[in-house]
Ligand binder design. Structure first.
Ligand SMILES: Nc1ncnc2c1ncn2[C@@H]1O[C@H](COP(=O)(O)OP(=O)(O)OP(=O)(O)O)[C@@H](O)[C@H]1O
Ligand SMILES: CC(C)(CO)[C@@H](O)C(=O)[O-]
Ligand code: BAL
Length: 281
């Protein structure tokens, strides 16, 4: 049985006891509506720790007023069953007032890394992410925390926050899980209609094109990006938000791909639905 905990006090008490008993805690923060991507993080946490905690919290702070906070998919009962089937010990499922009481006023920001890429399109997003993740770390006190490479910039930012604030948690990156046709799994895929869904593979196709060029030793970023744009633009429902080639350490734009140090990432709209994908070279 997965225990469901709603309050910060009870969650802290649980972790305190586990730490006193010298048990390691693997933590998977999520916004729920779990899919195989989340489950792969949970399974990794299960294999490396004595205790697995999953948080489910759709964090209002990381959504801008024009974004999809209200319509973000939620299905706690299904999530609970999936957690149970995957050996999760505790589901931390707090309410909004619990995490952000009326008097709330403290925020955490990783300044430079939060600005490019997703940060350009979503300027307040990462401040919301780092604030809630630090709060969750303080409450759950994990030994290890698991983050998907699908949200590449988020992973890089969280690692930096852990380094800068001297947090005692190991960040474990996890590979991107994809549908059979290559589309990266995402809770937001549920917004796509049938035609959009069939065209959504263009993100992966564009990344495959980039990989093909790099394998042929073409490293010039402009050439790679132009080729990726051509792929996306051949799908009539897709609208490019950005395609970018950046260094994995400071996220600065690269004129040329540097093997082992490059992130190629993109965001593409299908109607109002915004999908992201990336490849670490
Ligand atoms: N396809 C995936 N493969 C691996 N990890 C993933 C995948 N999708 C999400 N994750 C990871 O799961 C964690 C929780 O993500 P979240 O709940 O936002 O899911 P999501 O599917 O990315 O949702 P969204 O549609 O909001 O992007 C994050 O660390 C995220 O990177
Ligand atoms: C890390 C996270 C759970 C913080 O709300 C969220 O950004 C997510 O699901 O990737
Ligand atoms: N996985 C990222 C959460 C968000 O888009 O808000």
């Amino acid at each position: 049985m997965s225990e469901v905990i709603h309050t910060i006090e009870q969650m802290k008490e649980f972790s305190k006891k586990a730490i006193l008993a010298q048990k390691s805690i693997g933590f998977v923060p999520t916004m729920g509506y779990l899919h195989e991507g989340h489950l792969s993080l949970i399974q990794k946490a299960r294999s490396q720790n004595d205790i697995v905690v999953v948080s489910i919290f759709v964090n209002p702070l990381q959504f801008a007023p024009n974004e999809d906070f209200n319509t973000y998919p939620r299905d706690f009962e299904k999530d609970r069953i999936l957690c149970e089937q995957n050996g999760v010990d505790v589901i931390f499922y707090p309410g909004y007032e619990e995490m952000y009481p009326q008097s709330y006023q403290t925020y955490v920001e990783v300044s430079f890394l939060s600005k490019p890429l997703e940060g350009k399109s979503r300027p307040t997003h990462f401040k919301g992410v780092t604030t809630i993740v630090l709060k969750l770390f303080n409450i759950v006190k994990p030994t290890r925390a698991y983050f998907g490479k699908k949200d590449a910039q988020q992973l890089i930012i969280i690692k930096k926050m852990v380094e800068d604030l001297n947090l005692d948690v190991e960040i474990v990156p996890c590979e991107i899980k994809r549908d059979a046709d290559g589309l990266a799994l995402s809770s937001r895929n549920v917004y796509l209609n049938a035609k959009e869904r069939s065209q959504a593979i263009c993100l992966k196709k564009a990344l495959d094109k980039a990989k093909e060029l790099i394998d042929a030793k073409i490293y010039d970023s402009q050439t790679i990006i132009q080729n990726m744009k051509n792929v996306i633009n051949s799908y009539d429902l897709a609208r490019i938000d950005y395609i970018s080639i950046n260094s994995t350490d400071c996220l600065s734009e690269l004129k040329e791909v540097v093997l082992g140090k490059t992130l190629i990432s993109l965001a593409v709209f299908f109607g109002k639905t915004r999908l992201i994908d990336n490849m670490w070279i």
